[in-house]
Design a binder for this molecule. Structure first.
Ligand code: TYD
Ligand code: MG
Length: 466
């Protein structure tokens, strides 16, 4: 008999290697390669006794399209992120760090759906039934008609689901605990996770039930990352947040049935997750507007404007290579802004440590934040507080020019709504609201911004002298 061939699979990215190595060539992670047997599994490709295929009918691009039937959870933030509700027959992956609140969110969604008359099955592979019940009690959902099982074997789960009246939603918490008889490797390995996820996705397509898979993401990549599942499912949502804060952000990374740039904002309370309808108020809540080094960025998250505070601290460095530390923003982008400030505005930061932080554990991904970052840096270096009622946005190019960004009107409207009467924005911004009451400062290049900060400081000093 031929010896079973073994292979080595990276548990972070799924790259297959022929021999073990300390570092994966695919993703560059260390200690993620594990021995695995390539046998079997649903979707492992045709075996030796491949059956003869039967032809399928080909069709044209034009024709009737039905709107995807959706199940609304009535949790507005969740419905927004999924694009108006969970699509029947779709598979969704909800990823996030352990302890961030995935099980809590999904239990709340399950409860809300069952209250709306939908049948929901919650399969927990991590916690015993008693633990899940305890959480449900805490969330005030103990009376809901959610069917519960503590099971990890894929075949047993599918057999159980086949007995039930067709469920509308099946929640699998989590894919890392799933194991199938079809795959030989240990639970939690890429092969098992992939096999289990594939079986559940197939179940969703066949029965029209929506399936939500929970996946832990660990930075160490010790457990099979849900990365290998991302391409199989219809939508990928990431639940993120900072342990030190109560805010949790649900972000769409992929969505075959809706937009991918939406976020849902929640706050973790002692009775579960609470929806946050106006995130700006939350992110600006602890603001001290007299302190130098803080600016307010008027950002956009999908269709929603969000105001957040950007904090910078610039201090003389005692180190040969000054420190640059960034939380909530791209550090490469910070280096770029520092270089532009230095080259085009004569702002010398080479001998300074620079710390940048986005308040509230929020993460900005928009280049439009460049202006807010630059003004926070200049404000901190000069020791001058920026005007308390001013917002900043605009993209900075390497030449020092300030480029317009999209959604100007929406950003300004949100700012006005929250009492920010002033704005510094790029010259040439489109869709400027007609009425300009003189509180908008249009800048063409970064030196203008630096000059205006210095100018407003001079005004402040004058006013104080009078
Ligand atoms: P959990 O949903 O178990 O996280 P995950 O499934 O992502 O691992 O939530 C874990 C944390 O949430 C835990 O530290 C306790 C906290 N929590 C609350 O603060 N309030 C609550 O009502 C609940 C249910 C949990
Ligand atoms: Mg959990």
């Amino acid at each position: 008999m031929a010896r079973a061939k073994t292979q080595f699979v990276c548990q972070n990215c799924g790259t297959v290697h022929s021999r073990w190595a300390g570092k994966c060539d695919g993703c560059g992670e260390w200690n993620t390669i594990v021995e695995d047997s390539p046998t079997g599994g649903i979707g492992a490709g045709p075996g030796r006794a491949a059956k003869k295929g039967k032809p399928v009918s080909l069709t044209s691009l034009s024709g009737e399209i039905e709107d995807a039937p959706r199940i609304e959870t009535k949790i507005t933030e969740l419905d927004r992120v999924t694009g108006g509700g969970i699509v029947r027959g779709s598979a969704i992956l909800v990823g996030g760090d352990p302890g961030i609140g995935k099980s809590t969110l999904l239990m709340q969604a399950a409860a809300a759906l069952s209250r709306g008359g939908h049948s929901v099955v919650y399969v927990s592979g991590e916690e015993a039934v008693a633990q899940v019940r305890l959480r449900a009690q805490r969330l005030g959902a103990a009376d809901c008609d959610v069917m519960l099982a503590a099971e990890t074997n894929v075949e047993d789960i599918l057999a159980t689901l086949a007995l039930e009246r067709r469920p509308d939603l099946v929640i699998i918490d989590s894919i890392q605990t799933l194991w199938s008889d079809m795959a030989e490797s240990a639970p939690g390995t890429v092969t098992q996770v992939r096999t289990g996820a594939q079986a559940m996705v197939r179940f969703a397509k066949q029965t029209g039930a929506a399936v939500v898979l929970v996946g832990h993401v660990t930075k160490e990549g010790q457990i099979a990352g849900p990365r290998v599942v991302e391409h199989m499912v219809d939508a990928v949502l990431y639940f993120e947040g900072d342990r030190g804060h109560h805010y949790r952000i649900l972000r769409t990374v992929k969505n075959r049935f809706g937009p991918t740039d939406e976020i849902g904002v929640f706050e973790m309370s002692d009775k579960g997750l609470r929806e946050v309808a106006n995130p700006s108020e939350l992110f600006l809540g602890e603001r001290n507007d007299k302190a130098p080094g803080a600016s307010v960025f008027a950002g956009m998250e999908g269709t929603r404007p969000v105001l957040v505070e950007v904090q910078a601290l610039v201090a003389p460095s005692t180190l040969g290579t000054p420190r640059r530390a960034v939380v909530g923003w791209d550090s490469a982008r910070l280096s770029m802004i520092l270089a532009v400030l230095e080259a085009h505005c004569g702002v010398r930061l080479g001998q300074h440590d620079v710390y940048l932080n986005v308040a509230g554990g929020y993460r900005i991904s928009e280049p439009a934040a460049d202006m807010a970052v630059a003004s926070a840096l200049v404000s901190s270096l000069a020791g001058l507080a920026l005007p308390a009622d001013c917002v900043y946005f605009g993209e900075i190019s390497l030449s020092g020019a300030v480029r317009p960004v999209a959604h100007t009107a929406q950003r300004l409207k949100e700012a006005e709504k929250l009492g920010f009467g002033r704005a510094v924005l790029p010259q040439g911004s489109a869709e400027l609201p007609a009425r300009n009451n003189g509180n908008w400062h249009l800048v063409e290049a970064l030196p203008d911004l630096v000059a205006s900060i210095a100018g407003s400081a001079a005004q402040q000093v004058q006013q104080e002298d009078e």
